[in-house]
Design a protein around this ligand. Structure first.
Ligand code: NG1
Ligand code: ZN
Length: 530
């Protein structure tokens, strides 16, 4: 099956340099770029095996998202644009950690235990971000794909969500769109332009945004997309790539530092937006006349979109159950606003896009966002069909039809396969335009509760075990009782602890009525963890 050739070529050209075990986590593998070539070669092999196993195209994305420029990473994309199945995450780790001598044996094991039909086509779509290390790592992936006689298609520099889109298009025989850059831009912009045409400019909305591209692929692709948007949105792009990737800019910097990025003029009161290094996350913000920074993060985006969708669903008269999924990190005020003002059901999921996505599938239309700005909207097949059928009916009232058309266009703009900064940006702009809102109007919908995150280093973070979407701590015994006692002392208090999935620490989150109280509560909970 060429498995011996794959092992031989691995030994010769991509020998394993690192002894330390690596793990395929929520973001795939992420390491210093120099330590990655053998891992990516092996992921090329695995992608072919997965493609043959699924009898479908698989994606292989080379990126380290918001991490610093010297890092890089790789993640695989499943046939419908989902993240790799959990069982195969373990297989991926085992393959990456095998010694050169054991490579053939491990590959053979995978083929046998998964009963892979090796005569099938192994189609793999490859994408990369703008890191200097990405091209050579992409070549390692191609080498791995070819040695198992897979079929690589290299899309070059693309955003992570674009690659998810291409994979989905290919595996649905074009039903989701055309698996090309032009197909992607055309799908998003056609729906966006149609939605814009249906609402006149009004109120405080100005169709202009300052865009921080994090010196990465987001800047490149926004520039191309802007050409499709005609008069409906003008975008001033900054951090286009002359500076270091993600350095003092980008969505993660803005969210974590709670400040505007360098390199963007951000005039007082103007709407600004930052994306991360692979353009799957975005946050909005502005700086006011008094130089105070105001952020509109994933929670805000989620509430804005969910509210808009709820209005469309009501106006369409369709029986669609719409819900919003957050994590425990969502600000308590946002949850309160969604549930009690917008009257949209809210569910809570464990941290990690995979879990939010899974939970969102329980609704006919599910909106999900992490506070850091990663999220999207998904519709069930049944709902998509219902919307389509409604539009084609002749006897329904015009208002209902136009709402149904609005819903259909929302799903043209949104990238259902995964959180997508460019597509999310277009949808946010549509909603603001429809409501005639400035960014200040948007911020005015509710007031965030003061909140604090702390990191606590412990000997073994796995000792901390949680339940109820990470909101309750089951182990060590007695810790939850202590947290409850502390929380009870604070007005609007809430706190939880959980082990991080990406760092060797325990995270503490707290919120309360004032920043002072919040900081005190967070510190006391952190002490209780020790
Ligand atoms: P961990 O380290 O498990 O808290 C962090 C983020 C997640 C997500 C992952 C990347 C927080 C609190 N956590 O996870 O939202 O972005 O990294 O997959 O922001
Ligand atoms: Zn990212």
């Amino acid at each position: 099956f060429h498995v011996n050739q794959a092992a031989e070529s691995g030994r010769r050209n991509f020998s394993k340099k690192v002894d330390k075990d690596v793990m395929y986590g929520t973001a795939g593998f992420r390491e210093k770029a120099e330590a990655l070539d053998y891992i990516i070669y092996r992921m090329g092999l695995l992608a072919v095996l997965r493609a043959k196993y699924k009898n479908a195209a698989i994606g292989l994305m080379i990126t380290a998202s918001h991490n610093p420029e010297p890092d890089n990473g790789v993640k695989l994309i499943d046939p419908h644009g989902e993240m790799l199945e959990v069982k195969w995450e373990k297989i991926a780790s085992a393959l990456a950690n095998a010694s050169d001598d054991k490579l053939e044996e491990v590959l053979d094991d995978i083929v046998k235990s998964e009963s892979i039909n090796m005569s099938r086509e192994g189609c793999v779509f490859i994408g990369q971000d703008t890191r200097p290390s990405s091209p050579s790592l992409a070549r390692a992936a191609v080498a791995g794909i070819k040695v198992l006689s897979g079929l690589p298609t290299d899309f070059g520099v693309v955003t992570t969500p674009m690659l998810h889109f291409f994979v989905t298009c290919r595996n649905t025989q074009g039903a989701y769109g055309e698996a090309t850059e032009k197909g992607y831009f055309t799908k998003l912009s056609t729906a966006f332009n149609k939605l814009c045409a249906s609402v006149k400019l009004s109120g405080n909305y100005k169709p202009h945004v300052f865009f921080d591209g994090a010196n990465g692929v987001g800047a490149v692709k926004m520039k191309a997309l802007a050409g499709y948007l005609s008069e409906n949105l003008s975008v001033d792009i900054y951090n286009k790539g002359s500076g270091k990737l993600n350095y003092m800019c980008g969505a993660d910097y803005v969210k974590v530092q709670q400040r505007a990025p360098s390199g963007v003029p951000a005039p007082p009161g103007e709407r600004c937006v930052s994306v991360d290094g692979d353009a799957d996350r975005l946050v909005y913000y502005y700086v006011d006349e008094g130089s105070v920074f105001h952020m509109l993060d994933g929670d805000r985006i989620a509430t804005l979109i969910a509210g808009y969708l709820m209005e469309l669903v009501h106006a369409s008269g369709l029986a669609i159950n719409l819900g919003l999924v957050q994590t425990a990190y969502a600000n308590g005020s946002s949850t309160h606003y969604i549930a009690n003002v917008l009257k949209v059901p809210v569910a809570c999921a464990k941290t990690g896009v995979k879990f939010l996505h899974e939970k969102a599938l329980e609704f006919d239309i599910g909106v999900y966002f992490e506070a850091n700005g990663h999220g999207t909207v998904i519709a069930s097949e049944k709902t998509t069909r219902l919307i389509k059928d409604t539009i084609s009916k002749t006897e329904i009232p015009a208002e209902q039809r136009s709402a149904a058309e609005g819903l259909a266009d929302v799903f043209g703009v949104i990238n259902q396969t995964v959180g997508d900064a460019l597509s999310d940006l277009l949808l946010v702009e549509v909603v603001l335009r429809t409501k005639g809102w400035s960014i200040q109007d948007w911020l005015g919908t509710y007031v965030d509760l003061p909140n604090r995150q702390l990191k606590v280093t412990v000997k073994d973070r796995r000792v901390i075990q949680t339940t109820d979407a990470e909101r309750i701590c089951e182990n060590p015994e007695g810790l939850q009782k202590k947290i409850d006692e502390l929380v009870a002392k604070y007005e609007r208090g809430r706190a939880f602890v959980r082990p991080s999935g990406t760092e060797d620490i325990v995270r503490v989150y707290a919120e309360a009525d004032s920043q002072e109280n919040t900081d005190r509560l967070a510190a006391l909970v952190a002490q209780a963890v020790y």
